[in-house]
Design a protein around this ligand. Structure first.
Ligand SMILES: [Ca+2]
Ligand SMILES: [Ca+2]
Length: 126
C-alpha cells in the first residue's frame, strides 16, 4: 500500500518494528491445557518507529521450538494441538513481524506457559 509518509522517509533511519506482542504482552503468553484444536491463543501486534504502521506475522524456523503447535491466521494465533500440561508445560515459538510498508522485520521468541487443569475429565474409553 502506497504511503506518502513512508515514501519520503530517509533510507538511513531504522524503521524496523521495535517489539512484538501477544495480547499486548511481549515475550510471554499462556493458554490452558485441554482446549480444542483451533483455540485462540491471542492477537499479535507490533510496535514500530513509524506510528500507525501495519505488520504481517509469520513463524521463523529455529531449533527447539514449538511453532508447529500453533498457526497464525492474519494477526491471530491459534492452537493446532490439544495441549497436555503433564507432558509439556511450556512452549517456545519464534515470531517475525514484517512491516507492510517497507518489509523491515523483527524476530522475537515467546515462551507460552501451559496452564494446568487440576481436575481433568478422564478420556472416554469404550
Ligand atoms: Ca493433562
Ligand atoms: Ca492437569
Amino acid at each position: 500500500m502506497w504511503s506518502p509518509f513512508v515514501a519520503f522517509s530517509s533510507e538511513t533511519e531504522n524503521l524496523a518494528p521495535t517489539q512484538i506482542f501477544i495480547n499486548g504482552v511481549s515475550g510471554t503468553s499462556s493458554i490452558s491445557e485441554n482446549l480444542p484444536i483451533g483455540s485462540l491463543l491471542g492477537t499479535l501486534t507490533a510496535s514500530d518507529t513509524i506510528s500507525g504502521s501495519t505488520h504481517s506475522f509469520s513463524f521463523v524456523p529455529s531449533s527447539a521450538n514449538d511453532n508447529d503447535k500453533y498457526q497464525i491466521i492474519g494477526n491471530q494465533l491459534y492452537t493446532t494441538e490439544v495441549f497436555d500440561y503433564e507432558s509439556q508445560s511450556s512452549h517456545m515459538i519464534t515470531i517475525r513481524a514484517t512491516s507492510n510498508a517497507d518489509g523491515d522485520f523483527l524476530i522475537r521468541v515467546f515462551t507460552i506457559t501451559i496452564l494446568d487443569v487440576d481436575l481433568e475429565v478422564p478420556p472416554v474409553t469404550s
